[in-house]
Design a binder for this molecule. Sequence first.
Ligand code: FES
Length: 105
Amino acid sequence: VAVTFVGADGSARQCSGTAGESLMRAAVRTGIREILAECGGIAACATCHCYVEPPWDQRLDPRSDVEEAMLEAALEPTEFSRLSCQITLSPALDGLVVRLPADQI
Ligand code: FES
């Protein structure tokens, strides 16, 4: 599953994720430093926050109540904000484009 991470400075980094793994895991494995994922993927830290580029945002499952609540704690949330640990990669997401926040701290 090909994923492109676009940094706050506009630089693009490619990542190859495995179907069934979370976007957060794929990012950490690839060394995307903006994705801190301090809670390890249980939707409890918001440091895996990212912005899913349209139209990809429409292809994701809706946010859960827990994800919604955590995103309120993220820095500069927008309508495209998601917790990358709550996105499961699948063949349908091949080509996914995600923007990274400048800083998660
Ligand atoms: Fe903590 Fe996603 S890794 S909320």
